[in-house]
Design a protein around this ligand. Structure first.
Ligand SMILES: *[C@@H]1O[C@H](CO)[C@@H](O)[C@H](O)[C@H]1NC(C)=O
Ligand SMILES: *[C@@H]1O[C@H](CO)[C@@H](O)[C@H](O)[C@H]1NC(C)=O
Ligand SMILES: *[C@@H]1O[C@H](CO)[C@@H](O)[C@H](O)[C@H]1NC(C)=O
Length: 362
């Protein structure tokens, strides 16, 4: 009797244990199914994001002048939005002619790209005027010396810049930032990077960027009719760095901006001293530039005086030989850097920027 009861109890216990094990197995299977579903959904979402990003990149690159640059920005904006500790050197950007501080396809993209590559960096893209439209117009019509002193004021009042900053100017923004370096030693500029700037001016305006081609035709007429007359000098930005090699004396006497910062009239010792304080002065030349004449100006070279065919390098110029601006001293100290990009005006790839410019932004 007792044996039978014990046997029955054992059988019941075994059955109960089996039932519990089965329940556990079922629960485990359900959990695994749920996890699998979650993984599948995640994979689908990631693939969708990648497809959308690629589509956007393809669409944008059809209309954009710098597709590579923007493409990588978009990519990182989606996947790499890390922001770390800083200890970074602030960066000031000055845009080129026909552009503005905040155009998402140009300065906006550069700003974003730098912010992604150097987490925590403070990037100030200069706006000359109160609105983007005013900023663009001032790139054509506002006296450059006034623009430079406005920028000097802005920089001096910015608490984030007081320990110093790097400066990167695009096209005419390159020579304008050099004027800032020469005239306004405080806060101190560390590296000056000129991306296609025209340090000996231009003698010709063959093509214009973007939408500005009819303004450009008009500007060309004004320059040809009398770049050095008071009215044109005062109100046309491009006249202020117009450099006529056939009339060097006229240029020297009347160029309000360029002849001054290049020490053509008087020798301002403070210009020389302030420029020496740079850690490096980097000049980028675009080998297939169709907007700047002569291209040599991007490396501080120009036409030999009296004609407009043969050019001379910076090292061959009187400015360098007499070291009127301290460029020879900078060169001897290894602080002048000549870089080139094999493209049209302001065209470079993300990889080129990383390899050549990024090291100067730290
Ligand atoms: C760190 O980054 C923040 C935000 O970008 C900025 O306000 C601050 O000035 C930076 N600090 C230094 C030391 O650069
Ligand atoms: C030299 O440049 C500084 C800064 O712009 C200016 O204040 C000073 O008047 C200039 N000196 C001469 C002799 O032009
Ligand atoms: C340039 O200025 C100098 C000195 O003021 C003057 O003698 C000369 O005639 C001027 N030349 C031109 C072409 O304006």
């Amino acid at each position: 009797m007792i044996m039978i009861i014990i046997t029955i109890m054992i059988i019941i216990m075994i059955i109960i244990i089996i039932i519990i094990i089965m329940i556990i197995i079922i629960i485990i299977i359900i959990i695994m199914i749920i996890i699998t579903i979650i993984i599948i959904i995640t994979i689908i979402i990631i693939i969708t994001i990648i497809i959308i990003t690629i589509t956007i990149i393809i669409i944008i690159s059809k209309v954009n002048i710098q597709p590579l640059l923007l493409a990588s920005c978009l990519f990182f904006a989606v996947f790499g939005s890390v922001r770390g500790a800083n200890g970074t050197v602030p960066l000031v950007l000055w845009h080129g002619m026909g552009d503005s501080c905040c155009n998402p396809l140009s300065m906006g993209a550069v700003k974003k790209m730098v912010e992604i590559k150097i987490p925590g960096i403070y990037v100030l893209s200069l706006e000359i005027g109160k609105t983007v439209v005013e900023d663009t117009e001032n790139g054509f019509f506002m006296n450059v010396n006034d623009q430079v002193s406005l920028v000097c004021d802005t920089l001096a009042r910015d608490p984030q810049l007081k320990e110093g900053y790097n400066a990167m100017g695009f096209s005419q923004g390159g020579q304008f930032l050099r004027a800032v370096a020469q005239r306004c030693p405080s806060p101190p500029m560390r590296n000056l990077i000129s991306i296609g700037g025209q340090h000996q001016g231009v003698y010709g305006l063959p093509n214009c960027p973007g939408q500005s081609s009819h303004i450009c035709d008009w500007i060309r007429k004004m320059l040809n009719s009398g770049a050095y007359t008071g009215l044109v000098q005062n109100h046309l930005v491009q006249a202020q760095y117009w450099h006529d090699p056939l009339n060097e004396e006229l240029y020297r006497n009347h160029s309000l901006f360029l002849a001054d910062i290049n020490q053509e009239r008087v020798l301002n010792e403070s210009y020389k001293k302030n420029l020496q304080a740079l850690r490096s002065f980097v000049m980028v030349k675009f080998l297939r530039d169709s907007m700047v004449e002569p291209i040599d100006s991007e490396w501080f070279g120009f036409y030999k005086p009296g004609q407009a065919k043969e050019t001379e390098t910076l090292q061959e110029s009187v400015l360098y030989k007499e070291d009127r601006l301290g460029l020879q001293a900078l060169d001897k100290a290894g602080k002048l850097v000549f870089l080139s990009s094999d493209g049209d005006h302001l065209q470079f790839t993300d990889a080129w920027f990383n390899a050549n410019i990024l090291p100067y932004l730290h």
